[in-house]
Design a protein around this ligand. Structure first.
Ligand code: ADP
Ligand code: MG
Length: 265
């Protein structure tokens, strides 16, 4: 059984002038535990709406969402909120860190309402995860003193501190330069794999998307499976279509190749 299962999910909103905007028109998606999936699409196609529905921040207008066997539509608001906190970690384009709180306090914050050891050992747990994302020596630094890439690594640590089964990333590299974005995505991929979490990354960046195992394009309110990811293949986005472009080859990993390696003497 899939961990996440959307069937014919729609989402419409009524605009102030009484027109109805159909953002999602029937999305069907199934994601297994530990799977890495990417969704690309132009701005305004409903990517964030889809991610918010997956993460129980928003509800479908119609259709069904089954999370680990539980039809979400039947949960009370309280039960939904609990599942959201227990099962999901969110990473956003804007890192959404608490200003005036250290990296450590930011990462420990989601454990404030935990019980037992998770509460009492929250700073120890947060410090371990910050160490895992390479910021073990910046625990007491305020977010505003960190670079964009470091802030996103703090946000990743915060998303993971409750050991979610699903990481939802909405344009995680959108505010970062290409190299930093690549490093952040490598880290997110690795940590998701280490912890066995499913990773659903929403992006308009095909190089980011290409890292996942399965890829979709969101267009006209529905999801279309697409093929990406052969190294050196697709990087351009023309209209709403990916286009092959060998001169902008996507490296198969984002490990920086710009530093020439010294041959051993
Ligand atoms: N609550 C809302 N009320 C009105 N329009 C909305 C609402 N939420 C999203 N939209 C519109 O729906 C479309 C899709 O939004 P969004 O999911 O944020 O797209 P994306 O993340 O792909 O850029 C956009 O045109 C947006 O303005
Ligand atoms: Mg968006």
């Amino acid at each position: 059984m899939a961990l996440l299962e959307l069937t014919g999910v729609t989402r419409s909103v009524r605009l102030p002038d009484d027109r109805v905007l159909e953002i999602l028109r029937g999305v069907t998606l199934s994601v297994d535990a530990g799977e890495h999936v990417s969704v690309v699409g132009r701005s305004g196609t409903g990517k964030s709406t889809l991610l918010n529905i997956l993460g129980l921040l928003d509800s479908p207008t119609s259709g069904e969402y089954v999370l680990d066997g539980t039809p979400i539509g039947r949960l009370s608001p309280r039960a939904r909120a609990r599942r959201r906190g227990d099962d999901f970690g969110f990473v956003f384009q804007q890192f959404n860190l608490l200003p005036g709180r250290t990296a450590l306090e930011n990462v420990a914050a989601p454990l404030m309402y935990a019980r037992g050891r998770a509460f009492w050992a929250r700073f120890r747990i947060a410090a371990d995860i910050l160490d895992r994302v390479g910021l073990g020596d910046r625990l007491d630094t305020m977010p505003e003193k960190l670079s964009g890439g470091e802030q996103q690594r703090v946000a990743i640590a915060r998303a993971l501190v409750r050991r979610p089964r699903v990481i939802l990333a909405d344009e995680p590299t959108g505010a970062l330069d290409v190299d930093t974005g690549g490093e952040v995505m490598s880290l997110l991929d690795e940590i998701a794999s280490d912890t066995g979490a499913a990773l659903i990354a929403i992006t308009h960046d095909l190089a980011v998307a290409a890292r996942a195992q399965r890829h979709y394009r969101l267009a006209d309110g529905t999801l279309h499976p697409i093929t990406l990811g052969a190294p050196g293949q697709v990087t351009e986005w023309v209209g709403d279509r990916p286009v092959s472009s060998p001169q902008h080859a996507v490296p198969s990993t984002f490990t920086s190749t710009s530093t020439p390696t010294q041959a051993p003497a």
